[in-house]
Design a protein around this ligand. Structure first.
Ligand code: EPZ
Length: 418
């Protein structure tokens, strides 16, 4: 198993490009199932989750290859209908094949994903939405079976915004008969990117990015050639690293308009974030950060996927920060590890009170989930002495060579095999 070793406390300087977004690439890859023919995802990021979903698409009968930086998916001969437990348990986003399989083939059998480190993460809203489009849903030995002769357009109202739930229903509705209206839809940029990809396939969608999305079903879709949006969470993670360590860094390929809530908090914490045009953003850090409060919520609120990283920043802040996690019920697994590095954090239910300390100290810490591992790397960058983050396979699920990107900015960071 790999670990990452960091010698802390150096400013970051230089420039680095942001990769395409994991959470845009995964639904777009699933969308390839909707059309016979060969689809192409350009500039595919080298991520473990991308490889896992590629394996699932092959398991379903698609032909998947990597060609000159693109992922190529030929879904002509997809015959499989089942997403097996051993694949789904390693990546919950496998549930995204549900909507496309039912829409195109009338049936799907997908292992229930089960929980993960950050919460129970049910898919009841996905299933209720498919039932609203006329699908019959049956639970069977840890699998969910969904069937419909042909989905028919209907009204889907989500109890709460769900990103992959919205994406599953969006994909299912594209081939349903008639009009579907999705209310209380997720507004994330990745949903908008998927809608743009589906439209390029011939889907008829209006309202993506708002909480009401309308889809007029068509009889068939054509394959796509799509370049997903940049990863706003990777960009925000790198910005937070500069706010923590100090220095000046230029990020290329950023959609700053996807980061209003995070940039507002980073600026109030004392970082200077400047739009240099053409996707370039210049970030200057002036540690120690001023302490600011954060409440996570559905887009456009502060993203839950940045909560752990921002907590690392507040752990070295000047004062007291109150962080409230409103999306997942157990997304504080990084707290105990940060406390081992000297952070002063008290968790009470969904709220964490973070009292800034002058210095974190390097320690051996363990990654528990994707964004927690990013938070521990950031803490190691600013801690005195050596930090060793183990189980970095969590990090590799969603960040493309984050250690190498940070090393290119002057961080003393290297990957070892433990
Ligand atoms: C997506 O997960 C992202 N993953 C997550 O990113 C992200 O944290 C999350 O959205 C919230 O923004 C991908 O896009 C692949 P939800 P998703 O459905 O869709 C509850 C990362 O680090 N809910 O929006 O699974 C759920 O429990 C990952 O990149 C139900 O109760 O999240 C949660 O409390 C982590 N029933 C809330 O809704 C359902 O059927 C929002 O979850 C679905 C969701």
């Amino acid at each position: 198993m790999d670990a990452i070793v960091i010698e802390g406390a150096r400013p970051l300087r230089g420039g680095v490009a942001v990769s395409p977004a994991k959470n845009a690439v995964l639904p777009v890859m699933a969308a390839a199932l909707l059309a016979a023919g060969t689809s192409r995802v350009r500039r595919i990021p080298r991520l473990a989750d991308v490889r896992t979903l590629a394996r699932l698409l092959e398991h379903l009968g698609a032909r998947v290859s990597f060609d000159n930086g693109s992922l190529v998916v030929d879904a002509t001969d997809v015959g499989g209908r089942e997403a097996p437990y051993d694949l789904v348990k390693t990546m919950r986003a496998s549930v995204l094949v549900l909507g496309p399989l039912v829409a195109r083939f009338g049936r799907a059998r997908v292992s229930l994903p089960g929980g993960c480190a950050i919460g129970a993460r049910p898919i009841n809203l996905h299933l209720a939405g498919l039932e609203a489009l006329g699908a019959r849903v049956r639970l069977d030995h840890g699998y969910v079976e969904v069937a419909a002769d042909r989905l028919r357009g209907g009204r889907v109202v989500f109890d709460q915004p769900t990103v992959t739930g919205t994406e599953n229903l969006l994909m299912a509705a594209t081939l349903a008969e008639g009009r579907t209206v999705i209310e209380n839809a997720a507004r994330e940029p990745e949903v908008v990117d998927l809608a743009g990809c589906l439209a390029s396939m011939g889907a008829r969608i209006a309202g993506a990015g708002s909480s009401v999305i309308e889809v007029d079903g068509v009889d068939r879709l054509a394959p796509y050639d799509h370049q997903p949006i940049p990863d706003r969470i990777e960009a925000a993670t790198l910005m937070t690293a500069v706010a923590l360590c100090g220095g000046e860094v230029r990020l290329d390929g950023v959609r700053l308009d996807h980061l209003d809530a995070v940039v507002e908090k980073l600026r109030r914490a004392g970082a200077d974030v400047a739009d240099e045009g053409g996707g370039a953003v210049r970030v200057r850090g002036a540690p120690p950060a001023d302490s600011v409060d954060v409440i996570t919520g559905p887009y456009p609120a502060f993203p839950t996927d940045m909560q752990a990283q921002f907590m690392a920043l507040m752990a070295c802040g000047r004062g007291l920060s109150v962080i409230t996690e409103k999306i997942f019920e157990n997304r504080y697994m990084h707290v105990a590890e940060l406390q081992r590095m000297g952070a002063d954090i008290t968790v009470e239910g969904a709220t964490a009170v973070v009292r800034g300390v002058p210095r974190l100290s390097g320690a051996r810490v363990m990654a528990t989930d994707l964004r927690a591992s990013a938070a521990l790397v950031l803490a190691g960058l600013v801690a005195t002495g050596t930090t060793v983050v183990s189980r970095v396979y969590h990090l590799d699920r969603g960040y493309e060579a984050l250690d190498r990107k940070l090393a290119s900015l002057g961080a003393r960071i290297e990957r070892i095999r433990e």
